[in-house]
Design a protein around this ligand. Structure first.
Ligand SMILES: NC(=O)c1ccc[n+]([C@@H]2O[C@H](COP(=O)([O-])OP(=O)(O)OC[C@H]3O[C@@H](n4cnc5c(N)ncnc54)[C@H](O)[C@@H]3O)[C@@H](O)[C@H]2O)c1
Ligand SMILES: [Zn+2]
Length: 425
C-alpha cells in the first residue's frame, strides 16, 4: 500500500455554482446584445476601451516592440510545434475498403471550417498557448482561425501574444478575454465566422463558458487547474525533482504537484528543499507555488516501481515526468497521462514552451479518457459508402430483416424498394 508522506489538505474547487451562474448570465446577455454587450463587459472587467480587432498596424507595432531574440524564440517553438503537428497529421489517412463484393465504404478526414483559440493572458502572458493552438489548427487545415486573448489594462494586446498568433497563421486576432472572448468566438461577434470548435486553456470563467457552450460548438476539453506528477527512484537528483515540482506549482494556488517514489531518502531530500526553493521565487509566483504545495502537494512512498506506475495511472496526471532508471519500461507500462517526459534530460517546461508536443492537455484526471490538443481535434473523421446494384443485394436483404426485427417497417421498405426495382425480389 502506498504511504502518504504528505497529503493534499484540499481537493475540490469551491464556489463553482456561483461561477456557473455568472457565466450563464453573461453568455445570455452577450448573445442577445452582440458586439456592444461584449464591449461593455470588456470595459467593466478588463478596463478595455475600444474595438478589439487587431489591425495590421497593431501587428506591425507588436513586431517592432519585440527583440530579435524573442522573435527567434517564438519561431523556434512554432517550427517544432508545426513539425510535430504535421507528423501527427500524416497518421490520419483517408481509407477505403470493399466490405462485401460490390460494396465499398471509406473514411474522409475533413477539417472544421472555423476554430476559436483562447489564449489566456490575465495572470501570465501565455505566448506558448498561442503557438500551440493556432499552429495545430492551421496544420490540420482549418481555414479560419480566430484568436481571443485578454487586453492589457487600457487596451491593446501583449505584443508577444499578438506576434506569435500572427506568425502561426491566425486569420483574425481579438483583444478580448474571459467569457466575452469565448462569446465573441462562438456567436461570431465583430464580423468573425462563428467557431465550430473552441480550444485553449483559461481560468475558471473561460473553462465554464466552454463547458456551457459544448454541444452547440465543439471544445477541446473541459479544463481544470494544471497538474503534474513526478515518478522518481533512487537514481533521481533530488534538487532537480524539487525544482521541477516548484516549477509547475507556480501555475496557480490550486495547481497540484505530486511526487511518487520508492525511495524514502529521495522523498525526504526533496521535501527538505521545497520551501526554500519556493521562497526564492519572485512574487506573485511565490505565493501561488506556496499555496499549491501547501494545500495540494503530495509525496507518496511506494514499495516498488509497479506500485508507482499504478498510483500514477490512478492520478492520470496532465504532465508526467519520469526520473527513474529504465525509461523504456515506464513508456511501455504507463497508460494515463496527458504528456510524458522520459528522463531527467527533459522537463515539463520544454513541452510547455518549445519542444513541439502540445501543452493544451487533459487535467483533473481526464487523461483517463483523452489525450491533449492535436490535429485530430480539428478534423472530423466522416464515412461514406457506395455499391453496385448486385453488390447491395446482400446488405439490402439483411438490413430489411434487421429493420423488421426492430419493428421499423419504414426502414425495411427503403431496402425492399431497391430490391424490387433491380429485379432482385
Ligand atoms: N493547462 C494548460 O495547458 C494551461 C496553460 C496555460 C494556462 N493555463 C491556465 O489558464 C489560466 C489563466 O488564467 P488567467 O485568469 O490568468 O487568464 P484568463 O485569460 O484565462 O482569464 C482572464 C479573464 O477572466 C475574466 N474574469 C476575471 N475575473 C472575472 C469575474 N469575476 N467574472 C467574470 N470574468 C472574469 C476577465 O474577463 C479576464 O479577461 C490559469 O488557470 C492557468 O492554469 C493552463
Ligand atoms: Zn507548466
Amino acid at each position: 500500500m502506498p504511504i502518504y508522506l504528505k497529503k493534499a489538505e484540499r481537493t475540490a474547487e469551491t464556489g463553482h455554482d456561483d461561477v456557473s451562474r455568472t457565466v450563464r448570465d453573461m453568455l445570455t446577455e452577450i448573445e442577445a446584445g452582440g458586439d456592444d454587450a461584449a464591449l461593455a463587459y470588456a470595459a467593466k472587467l478588463d478596463n478595455a476601451p475600444g474595438h478589439p480587432v487587431l489591425t495590421q498596424a497593431d501587428i506591425d507595432a507588436a513586431t517592432a516592440a519585440l527583440s530579435d531574440e524573442t522573435k527567434a524564440d517564438i519561431a523556434f517553438s512554432h517550427d517544432n510545434v508545426r513539425r510535430f503537428a504535421e507528423a501527427q497529421k500524416a497518421t490520419l489517412t483517408e481509407t477505403e475498403v470493399e466490405l462485401h463484393p460490390g460494396l465499398w465504404a471509406g473514411q474522409k478526414v475533413i477539417p472544421v471550417s472555423a476554430a476559436g483559440a483562447y489564449v489566456p493572458g490575465g495572470r501570465y502572458a501565455h505566448v506558448a498557448s498561442a503557438i500551440m493552438t493556432v499552429t495545430t489548427a492551421k496544420v490540420a487545415g482549418v481555414e479560419h482561425v480566430t484568436v481571443c486573448s485578454p487586453p492589457r489594462r487600457g487596451g491593446g494586446m501583449d505584443p508577444a501574444i499578438a506576434y506569435a498568433a500572427h506568425l502561426c497563421g491566425a486569420d483574425k486576432i481579438l483583444a478580448m478575454g474571459g467569457v466575452q472572448g469565448i462569446a465573441a468566438l462562438t456567436f461570431g461577434l465583430f464580423d468573425t465566422p462563428p467557431a465550430s470548435i473552441l480550444v485553449g486553456p483559461g481560468n475558471q470563467y473561460v473553462a465554464e463558458a466552454k463547458r456551457l457552450l459544448f454541444g452547440r460548438v465543439g471544445i477541446d476539453m473541459v479544463a481544470g487547474p494544471t497538474d503534474s506528477l513526478i515518478l522518481a527512484d533512487g537514481t533521481a537528483d533530488a534538487e532537480i525533482v524539487a525544482v521541477d515540482l516548484v516549477s509547475q506549482a507556480e501555475h496557480g494556488w490550486n495547481s497540484p504537484v505530486w511526487l511518487v517514489t520508492d525511495d524514502r531518502a529521495l522523498a525526504d531530500a526533496v521535501m527538505a528543499r521545497m520551501n526554500a526553493l519556493i521562497a526564492d521565487l519572485p512574487s506573485p509566483n511565490r505565493e501561488s507555488a506556496e499555496a499549491a504545495w501547501r494545500d495540494f502537494g503530495e509525496v507518496i512512498l511506494c514499495s516498488d516501481r509497479e506500485e508507482m506506475a499504478g498510483v500514477s495511472d490512478d492520478y492520470a496526471p496532465e504532465h508526467l515526468s519520469v526520473q527513474a532508471a529504465d525509461p523504456d519500461w515506464w513508456l511501455d507500462r504507463l497508460t494515463c497521462y496527458g504528456s510524458l517526459f522520459l528522463g531527467e534530460e527533459v522537463t515539463v517546461t520544454y513541452g510547455d514552451k518549445a519542444s513541439g508536443t502540445n501543452h493544451v492537455l487533459p487535467t483533473s484526471g481526464a487523461a483517463r479518457y483523452t489525450g491533449g490538443l492535436s490535429v485530430h481535434k480539428f478534423v472530423k473523421i466522416v464515412t461514406w459508402q457506395r455499391a453496385t446494384r448486385d453488390g447491395a443485394k446482400g446488405v439490402a436483404e439483411t438490413s430489411a430483416r434487421i429493420s423488421r426485427i426492430e419493428g421499423m417497417e419504414g426502414h425495411a421498405r427503403a431496402a425492399d424498394v431497391r430490391l424490387k426495382k433491380y429485379g432482385q425480389i
